[in-house]
Ligand binder design. Sequence first.
Ligand SMILES: Cc1ncc(COP(=O)(O)O)c(C=O)c1O
Length: 408
Amino acid sequence: MAADPDFAWTDDDIERLLAPVTRMLGAPTSLSPLPYDLNAGVPDVESLPAAELAEATRRALEADKGGTLTYGGATGYEPLRAWIAERYVAETGLPVTSANLTLTSGSAQAIDNIAATFLAPGDVVITGAPTYPGAIRSFLARGATIMAVPQDEDGLDMVALGDALAQQVALQHPAKLIYVIANYDNPSGSTLPVERREELARLAMRFKALVVEDDAYTGIDLEGPPPTSLYQIMGGQGILRVGTFSKTIATGLRVGWVLATPAIIKALAFMRFDNGSAPFVHRAVHQYLLTGVYDSHVEKLRAIYKERRDTAVAAVLEHCGDYVECDSPRGGFFLWLRLKHGLLANDVFEAAKRHGVAVTPGFNYYPYGGGEDRIRLVFSALPPDQLRQALLQFGQAVAEVAASTASK
Ligand SMILES: Cc1ncc(COP(=O)(O)O)c(C=O)c1O
């Protein structure tokens, strides 16, 4: 049938049909076409274990063609869940089994699955301010209201958290979830000290709010192991711990998971209708892990990222130390800059773009505004020589903004 031009679809027609919530959400982070991308939080490309994964994929297909290439069930490949469970037993001493795990398409889908399972429009979720924009999107997309609790250099402020939880109870509208990136926060790089973790656990239990502990960067430990996890402190009760192989093997695998009680895992599995994430990938990853190379691979990554972090901190101080402050994070992929002398992140973002460097302005990380004096820089993606060059050019951009700010 030939299309009738009188009834042709226009972009406006599509726009009119979009769910209203799509107009409330910020754009997801994307790769930048600029020469130096310090915006996208991606791993080092050279260290991706391509040959090992190719071999592992071949072995998975040969071992069980049917299992690898057909639907695998909502919670994912059991032997991979059992492998992950064993690691948690070794770490926490808690009786974790594969029944405590569901596999997801990256930890991004884990957060979305949690939001779908627990949140109705108007429900309250507590996050840090700043926090991961992907989580903000997932919660807002379900119609939730976010209460953003301030953070300092040690992460979530416990007094403000206690006040927020108490306030919601007084309003007879208790918060349902507390979302926290306790290790190497994205974007702030902060790590929650153990005393704050214990206080958070006490508050969450007292106010019966579920904790979502996002472990996206756990493993990228640049100063030794992080403090005891919230999951361990809480004895695995009232908490969903979200993990991923994105940063320690490859983002392209899209293999993440949720660790929680079997009852919670069942509820999460019930809320998805995609027949689980790819058995093909689960089985390939499992074969890769069976070779025993994972721990030494992660060790190598730590050395690579530690060098990049130190290079980035030194280059920031050298090229824009007069205008910028930053802490050196204990792990993860990010520096969280504070601009001094009234410099605005958006001006620096625009100037950096003109100098060929993509960075992320701070306001991206706040659900309701903030971060006007903050910039997030990714140190993981570029090798040290390129990182130094990028930060030299970034420093020129910052100096330009400082000169024009001073003359206003
Ligand atoms: C804090 C945090 N959580 C979750 C994710 C999602 O990662 P993935 O879906 O690749 O596991 C990211 C990605 O950058 C992140 O920074």
